[in-house]
Design a protein around this ligand. Sequence first.
Ligand SMILES: Cc1cc2nc3c(=O)[nH]c(=O)nc-3n(C[C@H](O)[C@H](O)[C@H](O)COP(=O)(O)OP(=O)(O)OC[C@H]3O[C@@H](n4cnc5c(N)ncnc54)[C@H](O)[C@@H]3O)c2cc1C
Length: 408
Amino acid sequence: MSQMGIMGDYLSVAGVVDRDIVILGAGIAGLLLASEFSRRYSVVVLEKEPRIPNRKYWVTSKKSVDQNPELAHLVDSELPYMDITAYDLTFCRAHGPFPMWDSDRLLAHLVDSVKSSRGEIVTGARFYSYYTDGERLVIHAGPQRYRATLVVDCMGFSSPIVAAKNIYRIAGYYFLTGARVSLKEPIEPIAFYNLSLDRHPRYLEVFPTRSGDAHATIIMPASNLQTNRGLQSEFNFAMHQSHLSRYFEPRAKPRQVYGGIVPVGSLSRRSLNNLFIFGEAGQVNPAATATGFTRMLCIYKSTAHALAECLETGRLSARELERAAPKSMTAFNRRIQLSTFRAMQNWTSDGFRELVRELATVPKDLLRDMLFGELSPKRLLSVAGIISAAKSRDHILLRHALRAAIPI
Ligand SMILES: Cc1cc2nc3c(=O)[nH]c(=O)nc-3n(C[C@H](O)[C@H](O)[C@H](O)COP(=O)(O)OP(=O)(O)OC[C@H]3O[C@@H](n4cnc5c(N)ncnc54)[C@H](O)[C@@H]3O)c2cc1C
């Protein structure tokens, strides 16, 4: 005899909270979208942590601030340039300005704007499942149920939806460990420095802030989740024993600790019925830890606008949501970043040095656009690009540009 339809007591959950929109995850992606949606709709943001996490910092392109002038006062400072350096001190300089956000103030501002309109943020509410109820979705988060017509998954790396639906083609991960550290003397901005010679290089990033300290992190690309090799000890080494240690205050307790895993890959789709995936979970930008937030800033308003229109007109099927939402970057840029990331996993320190040599020959604006995923195939494959890339023995840039321009 079938047991379907006979509900055990343990399956009943008291009360359902109705909202227009549920956003899963109160990271930067969730808060940006919530700040837009809550002007017109009832919105709840569900966050699993007991407090809104703040374990990241953001450097972006100038364009991302120009497109959001109302947020410009939340920029900590503008880095005039940042260096990409190989173990033998071969280096190239990316010229900005690169705005660096004051993460504390930016998060506080977004939380305020959500709460002061029609939004609510519930912490300690871990999303763990959902089901369809007619035209709406019912979300289980902590002990509570929420029902909404539109749900946006902004759960980043650990999104159970992306994992369970098997829609992720994973190319690898960036592991990051670091801290906000006190400085003994001013240091120039470092985007990527392969300090220690290695078979699988790790990279140091240091961005000095306006308050006289710095965001410092060790970054490591890896193909699987088991390869989180010695990141913390490499960070401690860089801070306390390397030639850079003279810049860092050894005894000061860090003001903030940073860490995380940034997934790199692509989604076969960004939508399910009544559900859209945004931010890191939606691979708004693959393959570049330092540019994910730039892409989000450039498209969150148009994404919110497109999703609101779907909500208004009742066009909420997976296909309609997919078609309506803007693409975060061109297919060419996506392919070139993924192709470079895949290659990066196999570079030794020498491989990285070759790349730095090539980058040093690239025109200033082209290098900046490469970093932020804003290249056109024509420009990269232009005569200037080819000539400059040809100065290197390995033609790394040219190879990846061709691979991205002629997809197989
Ligand atoms: C140390 C560090 C430095 C970085 N620096 C830069 C930079 O300079 N520039 C840049 O552009 N990018 C940077 N990045 C990349 C950065 O991760 C992204 O730009 C961006 O922060 C991703 O935001 P998100 O909101 O999509 O995801 P996340 O920040 O991962 O937010 C996801 C949220 O969802 C919550 N969540 C997860 N699972 C559940 C669940 N089951 N239920 C409820 N809530 C859940 C999480 O707790 C989290 O709050 C950095 C990353 C790290 C780790």
